[in-house]
Design a protein around this ligand. Structure first.
Ligand code: LLP
Length: 413
């Protein structure tokens, strides 16, 4: 594909150059139609049994995007008090929030308990802590699925090499703690890791969790976790994660479980990336081009503080080059390293990437930045965080977060 942004008319009634002039760069731009489409798709993963998709908000907590998730009927999972507060600000009812924290304090647990938010505990120690705070209460436990998957070892959350979840060997102890504090274990959840394009490891983990679920009586819900991938190599025509095929393969596994268990508890999943990644691009301006030791560089204002994924996980984001508001054709490609403006040699967005020639003042448009983009931004090198703009259904541009100012940087000092 020559251009994704042109194919889907990403910028609606405007174009990248106009947006960059109006709001400055770097700039996160979101497209409402794409966000809604992906949110709707995940809500249809299971249709035969009671099911909710919980949007995993760590991927993106802009409250305007959370409001879209609310309108699309998704529930959400939150991993911190901060994420719960974002959901409250977006209008989420407490029974549509699932709190899945890791190593939290009494205060943070109490925030959820006081609001009657279902919480999953991810270790025996946290379960005990919860029991003391909420005797006679109801909660869930996170099981380590024994298998993991993901695009980088840093995002694998299941299996023997991770800090997450309670191992199968420790399940008897869950029951002992529950008895001691009179807790009802209403649900179990898991998450194998982030970004797989083939459903096999996930399906294996579903079967495994359902086998384990039979040891728990009267479960109200079983949550299989998130991790569905998106095609980051879409310019090279990478196929999408095949939800239909996934659904077809998942259903018989659920059928068998429901037959054995006697009823269908509420099934859940926790997709983050799938809901939001493709619904955003990141625009940056090229301020310098140069050749160092025979290698060409294009220097932009998209530092690793704005998008950390490439430097943190060697992640790939497709790049389109935009000149005078038009996408430059992908021909006469040459290898250019696109980098940011941060004082680190790892501040690279696209390493030795075949792209059309890049000139100063061009716009680099990075694709698929809606998940773990803005939510992982920092102020490194004392750079204010960028603005976020939404292209609405009607094709209009609307600011959904202002650019930070230098006053913001000084505010707490
Ligand atoms: N549920 C739990 C318990 C999780 O830990 C995560 C992600 C999700 C759901 C959502 O996973 P998703 O559907 O988005 O793959 N920053 C990394 C990804 C870290 C994911 C952490 N946990 C990245 O940029 O690739």
């Amino acid at each position: 594909m020559n251009s994704f942004v042109e194919k889907v008319n990403f910028f609606g009634n405007t174009n990248a150059e106009e947006l960059a002039k109006k709001y400055g760069t770097p700039l996160y731009v979101y497209n409402e139609n794409i966000l809604r489409d992906r949110m709707h798709k995940v809500s249809q993963v299971i249709t035969k049994y009671p099911y909710t998709a919980n949007y995993s908000v760590k991927a993106n907590t802009n409250i305007h995007i959370l409001k879209l998730a609310h309108e699309e009927g998704l529930n959400c999972d939150a991993m911190s008090e901060g994420e719960i507060r974002m959901l409250e600000a977006a209008g989420f009812e407490y029974d549509r929030i699932f709190f899945v924290p890791n190593n939290v304090s009494d205060e943070e647990m109490k925030y959820a308990i006081d609001r009657n938010i279902m919480t999953s505990l991810d270790s025996l120690a946290q379960l005990r802590r919860y029991g003391k705070l909420n005797k006679g209460g109801k909660c869930a436990v996170r099981i380590n699925p024994g298998v993991g998957a993901g695009h980088h070892e840093k995002v694998v959350t299941g299996g023997k090499k991770t800090k997450f979840g309670i191992s199968e060997e420790d399940i008897d102890e869950i029951f002992e703690i529950a008895k001691e504090y009179n807790l009802t274990i209403a649900g179990i959840n898991q998450h194998i890791g982030s970004l797989f394009m083939k459903p096999d490891p996930y399906l294996e983990a579903v079967s495994n969790l359902l086998r384990i679920a039979k040891r728990f009586k009267n479960l109200e819900f079983i949550d299989f976790g998130g991790g569905y991938g998106i095609p980051y190599h879409k310019l090279d025509d990478e196929a999408e994660y095949d939800i239909e095929d996934f659904k077809k393969r998942l259903e018989p596994i659920l059928d068998e479980f429901v037959k054995d268990y006697g009823y269908a508890p509420l099934f859940k999943s926790e997709p983050g990336r799938f809901c939001v990644a493709e619904g955003s691009v990141l625009l940056g301006r090229v301020y310098a081009t140069k050749t160092n030791a025979g290698k060409e560089y294009a220097g932009t204002d998209i530092g690793m503080n704005v998008l950390v994924r490439p430097s943190m996980y060697d992640s790939w984001h497709d790049a389109e080059i935009i000149r005078d508001g038009k996408v430059v054709k992908r021909e006469n490609l040459k290898e250019i390293t696109i980098c940011g403006n941060i004082c680190e040699s790892g501040d690279l967005l696209c390493k030795e990437r075949p792209v059309p020639d890049i000139k100063e003042e061009d716009i680099v448009c990075l694709l698929d930045t809606g998940a773990y983009g803005y939510s992982m931004c920092s102020n490194y090198n004392s750079r204010p965080r960028p603005a976020e703009v939404l292209i609405t259904k009607a094709g209009e541009d609307k600011v959904i977060r202002k650019r930070e100012t230098y006053e913001d940087l000084l505010r707490h000092m």
